[in-house]
Design a protein around this ligand. Structure first.
Ligand code: NAD
Length: 458
């Protein structure tokens, strides 16, 4: 079996981690140990799970400085954002520590008025988690924390591009949890497939192509699957919006962390005369601090790999061939790292490649709409459906349009990016398969409901 090697996107010669890949046999062995551990963990008192998750939160809080540095080095996340991700991780663990003590079912009135009719939730056993590299701490924990709180053991396959962060996080969490309740298997697609072949439920975050394959494979086995995938999120700017505030918000939603968030804005739909907003947006994008992610002020760091940088440049080139105009960016940044200048393209029609396919980098298309109706049509006319932002001061527009965007989340006068971990998270269309993540919704995925009727013996 091979080796997983992760390097720093800001300094590709810097090898951050090297790990042996877990082959199918190794994954089966880890799953077996996890299944054994799940029995005691899931049937034990809920307050023990709550306490363990609080200890896990304390441990992550204590290691937050080191983990932040590792996230910056391994995936090129700007320091301020990486700090925020660690703080969120601690909050997620505490939030689900409390949920371990929530009611675990409901009672219903029985037909005879005497029996006890109830629906109780129980854990699946072993939750198989497959995660991307871009939120290497928060995404694994927003899956693992509820999985554990509700009594499952976890086997987690992180992205090879975030392997060292995963190993360090697992080391930090380990002492808070019983043996084999949380395990990491390092590797790529083969390791992921082996996990999908053996877990009792599968939660995936990543690209549409892989997520769809994972969900199909798990469903064939008859185990619950959930896949959170790509986005092609629109920010719709109405003529009455506060243009400079909207421009600043859209610039960071599109280009922050080099556009590598599933919730990043990649299409900007401007209603009415596009010129004043385009000017404001170009100025806002050009004003974003680009550079070393380890610097406090950096907003745009490198992209994850050399092929990701090339994909952004190719997309800009294709957009030009589609009669678009690159108004800023469209070139590599300076230095050895995988730098690409934040790129805006105008003049495309909504069916252009850049306006239809996720690139996952610092590039966005500015599209024109005559009126609100056309803006809704453009926003919805893609196969993705994660999040839409609307910028307006008009309450009627806000109320009307917020209900018509075909996305799992809608933000008014706020960035498409940014997630509230205590609210349900997920998309429509090809962006999501299965129940929502986060908030109280997570329990529905990590447990199954059993209806039990108890009647008097005579
Ligand atoms: P990816 O799909 O390439 O990889 C995701 C994970 O799947 C990795 O751990 C990878 O090793 C694993 N994998 C690859 N092939 C597999 C297979 N055949 N079977 C099982 N597992 C397999 O995605 P990525 O490049 O790591 O992340 C970027 C993508 O993630 C973007 O499309 C982005 O929009 C999406 N994303 C979505 C969300 C969300 O919540 N909707 C959040 C973050 C990122």
């Amino acid at each position: 079996m091979g080796t997983v090697t992760s390097t720093s996107p800001a300094a590709p010669g810097d090898v951050v981690g090297e790990f042996a890949e877990a082959d199918a046999g190794a994954v089966v062995a880890v799953l077996e140990a996890a299944r054994h551990a799940a029995r005691g963990w899931g049937s034990g008192p809920a307050h023990q799970r709550a306490r363990a998750l609080h200890h896990a939160a304390d441990a992550v809080e204590g290691a937050a400085g080191d983990l932040t540095e590792l996230v910056v080095r391994e995936v090129g996340k700007p320091l301020t954002e990486a700090r925020g991700e660690l703080a969120r991780a601690v909050s997620i663990l505490r939030y689900y520590a409390q949920q371990a003590l929530d009611p675990d079912g409901e009672t219903y009135p029985a037909a005879d008025g005497r029996s006890l009719l109830m629906a109780r939730r129980h854990p699946h056993g072993v939750a198989g988690l497959i995660t991307p590299w871009n939120f290497p701490v928060a995404i694994p924990l927003w899956k693992a924390a509820p999985a554990l709180a509700f009594g499952n053991a976890v086997v987690w396959k992180p992205s090879p591009d975030a392997a060292a962060t995963a190993a360090a996080l697992a080391d930090v969490l380990g002492p808070a949890l019983p043996e084999a309740v949380l395990s990491v298997v390092q590797g790529g697609g083969e390791t992921g497939r082996a996990l999908v072949d053996g877990a009792d439920c599968v939660s995936f975050t990543g690209s549409v192509a892989v997520g769809t394959e994972v969900a199909v494979a798990a469903t064939r086995r008859g185990v619950p699957a959930q896949a959170e995938m790509g986005g092609l999120n629109a920010s719709v700017v109405m003529p009455d919006a506060d243009l400079s505030r909207a421009a600043a918000t859209v610039a960071s939603a599109a280009m922050g962390y080099a556009g590598q968030k599933c919730t990043a804005t990649s299409r900007v739909v401007v209603v009415g005369d596009p010129r004043p907003f385009t000017e404001a947006l170009v100025a806002a994008v050009e004003g974003l601090p680009v550079g070393d992610p380890a610097r406090e002020e950096t907003v745009v760091g490198p992209v994850i790999r050399a092929d990701a940088a090339q994909a952004v440049l190719n997309a800009a080139r294709r957009a030009t061939a589609d009669s678009g105009t690159v108004v800023t960016g469209g070139r590599r940044g300076e230095g050895d790292g995988h730098w690409v200048a934040p790129t805006l393209v105008v003049g495309l029609t909504p069916d252009a490649d850049l306006a239809q396919h996720e690139v996952f980098g610092p590039i966005a298309a500015l599209l024109r709409a005559r009126d609100a109706e056309e803006a809704v049509r453009i926003a919805n006319d893609v196969s993705y459906g994660l999040v839409t932002a609307l910028f307006t001061r008009d309450l009627d527009w806000a109320l009307d349009l917020a209900n018509r965007f075909e996305t799992g989340m809608v933000k008014v006068n706020a960035a498409t990016s940014g997630v509230d971990f205590h609210a349900p998270f997920g998309g429509e269309k090809r962006s999501s398969i299965g129940p929502r993540e986060q908030g109280k919704a997570a329990r529905d995925f990590y447990t199954a409901s059993r209806t039990i009727a108890l009647s008097p013996s005579a």
